[in-house]
Design a protein around this ligand. Structure first.
Ligand code: NCC
Length: 281
């Protein structure tokens, strides 16, 4: 079959992914009274104008080692909103990654593993948090609640109680598996049934929230390196190419949707994507 064009892919992403957060309307969350303590406005409805998005311009900053020595900090900070991942710091790396953080996508390890000091670290304060954990593909929420990959539910409830004013969401697993289906439907091989990386989840989330998105060092630039993270002295090519997550397939899909120039991709590791609200499908 013929591969989809960039426009076709963008419209497929828009129509076949519905950004959705756990809202307490379904079991087991409804019985546990979650509707009362999740943020009152779901993420997908935040600050939406009549047809516009929450943000005009958005930057998505991957944690890849290749962003070191990029000097992209100022450019990244010039966006209305900046999305970062997990425990990736800005302090000490401002020249290359910027200083501003609007949203952090965190996997459930961040909440569950004490080494991340989720409840005390300043990294997670005064920003919007969006957590995820892979539920079974069948979307059995009872099973998910009883045995998540890493226990995010306890720490989530605790955090909501102590910081009710901070916007903090858990992505609905239906959204994660819709994204996986989108990757599989544009990939020749059968990909492993593991959820997409935080990177892909973050990019698609921002396409739902922003008019225009710049993604940095998700597709490697000329600075491509085996250095896993810009903030850690650890080398492993799998961080960039994938092991557990279907990273190479996610990345080739994002690359096919790039509306930016090849030179921005090579020099800045920058992909440009239109927000869903700007597309007429
Ligand atoms: O490493 P991680 O990812 O936190 O990186 C965030 C996103 O940046 C992109 N990335 C990162 C490194 C690299 N060399 N190239 C990249 O393109 C990816 O899109 C990635 O998603 C995750 O996706 O949540 C992940 O989280 C880590 C880890 O759990 C957290 O950093 C917390 O310590 C996972 N590593 C391990 O579990 C050991 C990683 O597999 C996925």
């Amino acid at each position: 079959k013929v591969a989809r064009s960039a426009d076709e892919l963008l419209c497929q992403m828009k129509t076949q992914s519905q950004l959705r957060t756990v809202d307490g309307s379904e079991q087991p969350f409804s019985s546990l009274g979650w509707a009362k303590f999740v943020p009152s406005v779901p993420l997908q409805h935040r600050d939406k104008g009549k047809k516009g998005s929450s943000f005009k311009t958005c930057a998505v900053v991957s944690s890849a080692g290749a962003i070191l020595h990029s000097g992209l900090g100022k450019e990244i900070d010039s966006h209305d909103a900046v999305l970062r991942f997990n425990a990736a710091p800005t302090e000490g790396y401002e020249q290359d990654v910027g200083t501003k953080t609007t949203i952090r996508i965190i996997n459930s390890q961040i909440l569950a593993n004490p080494k991340h000091e989720f409840s005390t670290s300043s990294i997670y304060k005064n920003i919007m948090l969006v957590a995820w954990d892979p539920a079974p593909y069948t979307l059995n929420l009872d099973k998910w609640f009883a045995s998540p990959d890493y226990d995010l539910f306890g720490p989530y409830v605790e955090h909501r109680k102590n910081h009710a004013d901070q916007l903090f969401y858990i992505l609905h697993p239906s959204y994660l598996w819709q994204l996986w289906d989108l990757i599989q439907s544009n990939t020749q091989e059968n990909i492993q049934p593991n959820p997409p990386s935080s990177g892909f989840i973050g990019i698609l989330t921002m396409m739902a929230l922003c008019d225009k998105i710049h993604v940095y060092e998700y597709i490697p630039s000329m600075r491509q390196t085996d250095l896993c993270h810009y903030h850690e002295n650890y080398y492993d090519a799998a961080c960039t190419l994938g092991a557990y997550h279907p990273l190479i397939y996610e990345k080739s899909l994002i690359r096919r949707m790039n509306v930016g120039s090849e030179s921005d991709l090579r020099q800045k590791g920058r992909v440009t994507l239109p927000g869903f609200s700007t597309l007429t499908c």
